[in-house]
Design a protein around this ligand. Structure first.
Ligand code: ZN
Length: 198
């Protein structure tokens, strides 16, 4: 049954705990909750917000499902342009952009598809970009015991574009360099050469 077909949608009897909060929010800005266009909005918004924050209920180790493999490769692995969407913890407005990840394997590699999933576990929470960058890097370091991990995030923040300074084109770049990427300039330079616009 789709959300729209549910008999409780719009009736004011939604059981989702966040739906009643969205009703209060809409009333708080002066909306008419009986207007037709808003009939299913509190429940839809509640479900959407739940999805946007589903990282809280996910566990990296369970999600990885053993996709860590032995490998003799000791050279840099780079996964770049991983698209992400997150919410800033100060305004609960979206920030979104791209994550670039590199690591120097020390006997273990991660299944390729798992790196974007790790990004999502941390992105789908209330975040600041600096902590998101750090959490992704430390998670990959813990899982692979790599000799070095580097993460770069480029993002646009709607809290800057839609309000506040209203700078639509400003983007923010954050980096976390661990292990050899912190110690060795040549490792850093090699990674940064893989990045777009670098
Ligand atoms: Zn913000």
């Amino acid at each position: 049954m789709s959300l729209e077909d549910r008999p409780d949608v719009g009736s004011g009897r939604e059981s989702h705990p966040l739906a009643s909060l969205y009703r209060q929010l809409l009333a708080g800005v002066g909306e008419d909750l009986d207007r037709q266009g808003l009939a299913g909005t509190p429940l839809r918004a509640a479900k959407a917000f739940e999805f946007l924050t589903h990282g809280y209920s996910e566990d990296v180790d369970r999600l990885l499902n053993g996709a860590i493999f032995d490998s003799a490769n000791r050279d840099m692995v780079v996964v770049r342009d991983i698209e992400f969407y997150s919410l800033c913890e100060h305004h609960i407005l979206p920030f979104h952009g791209k994550v670039h990840v590199a690591y120097l394997p020390a006997g273990k590699v991660i299944g390729l598809s798992k790196i974007p999933r790790i990004v999502d576990v941390f992105a789908r929470r209330l975040q600041i970009q600096e902590n998101l960058t750090d959490q992704i890097a430390r998670c990959i370091e813990r899982l692979t015991r790599a000799k070095g991990v580097a993460v770069v995030i480029e993002a646009r923040h709607l809290c800057m574009a839609m309000r506040g300074v209203e700078k639509q084109n400003a983007s923010m770049v954050t980096t976390t360099m661990l292990g050899q990427f912190r110690e060795s300039e040549s490792a850093r330079t090699q990674f940064l050469r893989f990045l777009p616009n670098a």
